[in-house]
Design a protein around this ligand. Structure first.
Ligand code: PMP
Length: 376
């Protein structure tokens, strides 16, 4: 039955069961829901205000930050960032590129600014399994921002805390793509010098069609963005219009609010981090104790993602990989196949977003142990 299916999809994916039940109930609720309300109606504005307030409370976001809900997904923000933070095409921004998504963010930004790259490949292997040290020499002092991705969804590399910039570069705001790890660990907003943090909604906080962007207010203001910046992406325009400059993704905003209520109910971000650690640890333990039957590409345990766990079987054995996929599917586990256009080889990937429980992660771990025993 669909209720029994465990979804390890890298996104879009399932939300926590209780949130999905609330979404289902909202379809049959009497009266208007956000599916049928004008975005300018007082009822919807109440939903929007409550979503923002709960989000700020559970993620401890101080009042010097604005919450924006726009369209365009992560890729929209890849363009919106230079268009908002760089006034001229010649303005410099520094990009730490240590995986698929930071590379894509940098490539898009290059259209709108002078994007300089800090190469985040492992210097020994030339592969994306690493995060570089951020040195003064590497960061152009003129940079309008320093960009990084806190969880590389495809490569399985995560920063469990944001890095500090060198003292002489502390004036430069940090920009964070937290699309696949937002809500799963605390953020020290001012302490870590976060200028902008964004997350597309399709993993931990909701459904595609909505992007959440947290912007520090001193980066807003008339005339700061590039004159080319489209209104729908303009942080100042959207902030001044209270997220109603154009029609926002009303229902998706309500869903983010339901997710934030869930997070508050379940002990907040600190408890969620502990769950993420527990869920990923049980699987990494199986991989590390499998005598090489399973392997993960990220050797540095400090950088292993709690969200997305790539692993292969006997070095990428095709027959065993297919067998694993069929048997896990028959056992009710879906989303483990890595379908990306980015060529990460023969890796399977288990994604452990908010919709996956500790119990479900243990079910996969047990399945992997049994599969290894039967196929060693
Ligand atoms: N950044 C990260 C870290 C992602 O995981 C993704 C989506 N997988 C994106 C950006 C792109 O988001 P979108 O598809 O919404 O444009």
């Amino acid at each position: 039955s669909p209720d029994k299916v465990i979804n390890f999809s890298p996104g879009p994916t399932s939300l926590p069961k209780s949130v999905e039940n609330e979404i289902a109930a909202s379809f049959t609720k009497s009266g208007f829901t956000s599916l049928a309300l004008s975005h300018r109606s007082p009822e919807f504005i109440d939903i929007l205000d409550k979503t923002t307030a709960t989000l700020k409370r559970v993620m401890d976001i101080p009042d010097n930050y604005e919450i924006l809900f726009t369209h365009g997904g992560g890729h929209g923000q890849f363009a919106a960032l230079p268009l908002n933070l760089c006034h001229e095409l010649s303005d410099v921004a520094t990009y730490v590129v240590n995986g698929t998504w930071s590379a894509r963010g940098r490539d898009e930004a290059q259209k709108y600014c002078n994007a300089e790259t800090i190469d985040g490949k492992d210097p020994q292997t030339n592969k994306f399994t690493h995060f570089p040290e951020l040195t003064e020499e590497d960061i152009n002092v003129q940079s309008k921002y320093v960009y990084l991705c806190s969880n590389e969804t495809v490569n399985g590399i995560e920063l469990h805390r944001l890095p500090k910039l060198p003292e002489s570069r502390k004036h430069i705001p940090l920009v964070v793509d937290a699309s696949s790890d937002f809500t799963t660990k605390p953020i020290d907003w001012n302490g870590d010098n976060v200028g902008v943090l964004f997350a597309c909604a399709s993993k931990n906080i909701g459904h595609p069609g909505l992007t959440m962007t947290v912007v520090r207010k001193d980066l807003l203001g008339e005339g700061k963005a590039s004159p080319l910046c489209p209104g729908v992406f303009n942080y100042t325009t959207n902030s001044e219009a209270g997220n109603l400059w154009n029609t926002p993704a009303t229902f998706n905003i309500e869903v983010v609010g339901l997710l934030m209520n869930w997070l508050a109910r379940e002990g907040g971000v600190a408890a969620n981090e502990q769950r993420s650690i527990a869920k990923s640890q049980v699987l990494y333990d199986v991989i590390d104790n499998s005598n090489g039957f399973y392997a993960t590409p990220v050797p540095n345990k400090m950088l292993r993602s709690r969200m997305n766990l790539p692993f292969n079987i006997k070095g990428g054995d095709d027959t065993l990989t297919k067998k694993f996929l069929i048997e896990s599917w028959e056992a009710g586990m879906v989303g483990l196949r890595t379908l990306t256009p980015f060529g990460v080889g023969d890796y399977l990937r288990a994604s452990l977003y908010n919709g996956v429980t500790e119990e479900q992660a243990k079910t996969l771990a047990q399945f992997m142990i049994t599969f290894a025993m039967n196929n060693a």
